[in-house]
Design a protein around this ligand. Structure first.
Ligand SMILES: Nc1ncnc2c1ncn2[C@@H]1O[C@H](COP(=O)(O)OP(=O)(O)OP(=O)(O)O)[C@@H](O)[C@H]1O
Ligand SMILES: [Mg+2]
Length: 280
């Protein structure tokens, strides 16, 4: 319904220019891989690139960590292990799994808290419904430290995810509901145009897409690609009688029909129009 989009708007807004922002998401197969989102955050923090070999990764991690604070040196093996470049680190290998888990938890917490003393830190974790249990444990522990640090933890999840933070005074929740018909109408006005002949089509789209922006976006795209709508963005004309138009009946049908990247990765047809109008 627009969770990632809301985060994107926030992290690209003027409000966060002085922040260090580290982002990571969970993926649907992520529950099975320990620490996956944490590893993503670390890769972003240490500026690890795909082409970096083990030696380069070790250099980057060591350099960045010790520049931040020499006192963090004992945490080094944890980060090297998470990034899979620990080599034959005997002391680390000799720890048993609970000890390693504990050391990992402490190392992440220490790094995050230390970095938040340099500038405000924003950690973004998306799609918690796919989180693995080790990352969950780190999250729970970080949350205990939040009040004492310049740290904003921004997480999102689908309704099936459960957590125990609801009663914390420093927790707040923004529920994202379907767009109300007025907002859907406003988007359509901006994207399709104001031509009176478009009114019945707009009514159809508002009713069919039920305030789901993804569905709306994809439905308009389909109508343009199939030449039902011709002209240019913000000023389309209807080229076929409304009775002959086929709007996909469900979001699933739209997604099944869209061939390439997931919608979020593609440029939204709404972006430039809405941004020009100051709507986003
Ligand atoms: N308020 C809005 N106005 C215009 N477009 C929007 C709005 N909210 C979301 N969208 C568009 O709808 C699509 C889906 O939104 P988004 O990817 O943010 O959903 P999500 O909640 O993160 O979904 P998922 O649970 O699959 O990750 C995106 O292409 C986004 O640009
Ligand atoms: Mg998302």
């Amino acid at each position: 319904m627009g969770k990632s989009r809301l985060f994107w708007e926030f992290t690209h807004s003027r409000r966060t220019v002085d922040w260090l922002i580290l982002e990571s998401g969970s993926v649907s197969y992520g529950k099975a891989t320990a620490y996956l989102p944490v590893i993503d955050l670390l890769k972003a923090y240490f500026a690890i690139e795909d082409r970096n070999d083990a030696r380069r990764i070790r250099e980057k991690v060591t350099g960045k960590l010790l520049t931040l604070d020499k006192a963090l040196e004992p945490s080094l093996p944890v980060f090297l292990a998470l990034l899979d470049v620990a080599g034959e680190d005997q002391p680390w290998q000799s720890l048993d799994p609970p000890q390693r888990r504990q050391r990992t938890l402490e190392a992440i917490k220490r790094l995050v808290l230390r970095e938040s003393q340099v500038q405000p830190l924003l950690l973004v974790l998306e799609d918690l419904h796919w989180i693995d249990s080790e990352t969950q444990a780190i999250l729970d522990s970080l949350i205990e430290s939040l009040p004492a640090a310049r740290l904003l933890l921004l997480v999102n999840y689908r309704p099936e995810y459960q957590h125990g933070w609801g009663s914390k005074t420093y927790y707040s929740q923004v529920r994202i509901d379907p767009l109300p018909p007025e907002s859907t109408g406003e988007i359509l006005r901006a994207v399709i145009g104001d031509d009176a002949a478009l009114q019945p089509l707009k009514q159809l789209l508002i009713a069919r897409t039920d305030g789901n922006p993804l569905f709306l976006e994809e439905s308009v795209r389909t109508l343009v690609e199939t030449n039902v709508l011709i002209g240019e963005r913000g000023n389309y004309r209807l080229a076929k009688p409304i009775e002959s138009i086929q709007v996909p009946a469900t979001v699933q049908a739209v997604l099944a029909a869209s061939p390439t990247l997931p919608p979020w990765r593609r440029e939204s047809p709404f972006d430039s129009v809405l941004a020009r109008r100051g709507a986003i």
